[in-house]
Design a protein around this ligand. Structure first.
Ligand SMILES: [Fe+2]
Length: 293
């Protein structure tokens, strides 16, 4: 159609999309256009702001490498990651869930380990952490044979993929649950950490006077055919940023109970509930560690 005024533009775009053969693609792209056009109208986006927005989106891609995923970081900073998680888990968002954001630092290929083994592959100073977890179904029955990927930051707040001083796959491992649904490992207590701000995510946070910390947590990915694969995180309630997570991941169901043991160690136990569903594994947001220098 020939566009006469600004009010014709949305209709013109939607009309050209009407041949989209896949119904879901059509639904999503139509809604995207309607909401995007409404946003432009609501804020009366200026030409300068439009140019800045295009540069910002380009910069997200330019910042992304095999060891860093800026788009995933921005999705978290805008609360989109956790929103997607909460509407797709816990009986479609009707009850609490142990599912949580996958985050930008999951890597495939973590070494398989025996239950009770250590996640340390290079010297990693800091308080020790002894973890034991259980995987159960909706009826509370143990789920045996689930594959559980674990990964977390070091006590100085760096994942191995960000830190050349840590060995390949340090603080990462893959476990298989026993007949009672349990798995466990020895490690160090992760620290809260600042998410990267040397790219568009930093510009976003600075513009809003937001800090860039995440409260201390451990990541899990639980996978067994016949059950919906869930990513999960367990958070440290003592962390000062628990209520202001820069990635909006903390839910009530995921606050752990870190018990201080004699000496400088901690013990943490946690139960994960998984539900029947498609066991598709998420695509890993990164594929390698930062290059050695
Ligand atoms: Fe994390």
């Amino acid at each position: 159609m020939i566009i006469e005024t600004q009010d014709d533009v949305t209709q013109a775009v939607l009309q050209e999309m009407h041949r989209t053969p896949d119904a879901r693609t059509k639904e999503v792209l139509s809604a995207l256009v309607r909401h995007l056009h409404q946003l432009v109208k609501e804020v009366r986006l200026t030409e300068q702001e439009f140019q800045d927005a295009v540069s910002f989106i380009n910069a997200i891609g330019q910042k992304t490498t095999p060891s860093h995923n800026e788009a995933m970081l921005i999705a978290g900073a805008l609360g989109v990651s956790n929103l997607v998680c909460l509407i797709n888990n816990g009986a479609k968002g009707t009850r609490p869930t142990q599912a949580n954001n996958l985050g930008p630092f999951f890597r495939e290929g973590a070494p398989p380990l025996e239950n009770g083994a250590s996640l340390l592959r290079s010297p990693t100073p800091g308080p020790r952490l002894s973890f034991k977890g259980w995987v159960r179904d909706l009826e509370g029955r143990p789920v045996e044979g689930a594959l559980v990927d674990v990964w977390h930051s070091s006590p100085i707040g760096l994942y191995e993929n960000q830190d050349r001083t840590q060995a390949e796959m340090n603080l990462r491992g893959k476990f298989t649950t026993d007949t009672d649904g349990s798995f466990g490992f020895q490690s160090v207590k992760p620290a809260g950490y600042p998410v990267p701000i040397d790219g568009p995510n930093g510009a976003l946070l600075r513009a809003q006077k937001r800090h860039n910390f995440r409260p201390a947590h451990l990541h899990f990915l639980i996978h067994k055919p016949g059950y919906k694969t869930i990513a999960s995180q367990v958070y440290d309630p003592a962390d000062p940023h628990l209520e202001t997570d820069s990635q909006f991941g903390v839910t009530r169901a995921l606050i752990g109970n870190f018990v201080k043991e004699v000496g400088e160690g901690y013990r943490l136990e946690f139960t994960f509930v998984i539900e029947p569903g498609e066991s598709r594994r998420p695509k890993a947001p990164i594929t390698q560690k930062v290059a050695a220098v």
